[in-house]
Design a protein around this ligand. Sequence first.
Ligand code: NDP
Length: 257
Amino acid sequence: MGDLTGKTALVTGASRGIGRAIARRLAADGALVAVHYGSNEAAAKETVDGILAAGGRAFALQAELGVEGDVDGLVHALEDGLREHTGQAPRLDILVNNAAINAAGGPIETESPERFERLFAVNVRAPFFLVQRVLPLLRDGGRIINISSAVTRIALPETIAYSMTKGALDVLGHTLAKHLGPRNITVNTVAPATVDTDANAFWLRGNPETQELVAADTALGRVGLPDDIAAPVAFLASDDARWITGQVVHATGGCRL
Ligand code: NDP
């Protein structure tokens, strides 16, 4: 386990799924974690309570992403929370852009401009402007980690617009890494394949057939779990990853190699 004692972290979309696992792991490694959520207050509370019960430090903050003023609201809540929990001027060490949507889409023939814009507003515009807004808070030597997807490598025509949002995130990471190198801030991307979260519950949970299909497509022979993604994120956040920047880590168990 890395030592993040004394560090602060913001994980977007940390109320459930992969974000929750990342928040728990960073807190277990010693960081004070800001657990961001959109609307599921009870789930965010569960994440925070779990961290506190395990002896870690965390607080929840709400902000709907993809709407006017989203990033302003999030950053104000972050600053307030950090001030309250550290007793100092707000400073951030680790930003994990994890929150995203992938509402059932379709191929290019059936995609709508409204859905396309919503996907880009939540998955691309929000993380882009969140980085812009937290840069003054981010300490030199800090970490930015974006959660992308294996769909930037594996062509899935039925989720074309979602896949494009993740492609944009990969370019954001690569380009920011060069820009922020002089401040010793690393920027990396973690790309999962299928992970057992609420986002996939409708076709995966309680369905041995689809689970077997995913496992058969995966070198390591099973469906991914949120902790499988939290582990490489924690590594990239740690001092051990200080010489790694501008990279995409495919944490997929070897999906469709
Ligand atoms: P979940 O759907 O399980 O959780 C999504 C999280 O993001 C929740 O905390 C949710 O908050 C928050 N969120 C979603 N939309 C908004 C919004 N508009 N404003 C604010 N918060 C929002 O997602 P996963 O854990 O499955 O996915 C996490 C990341 O991993 C995403 O970037 C996803 O694209 C990526 N990924 C996931 C894969 C998978 O198989 N699960 C595969 C590849 C990539 P709330 O609880 O309040 O709704």
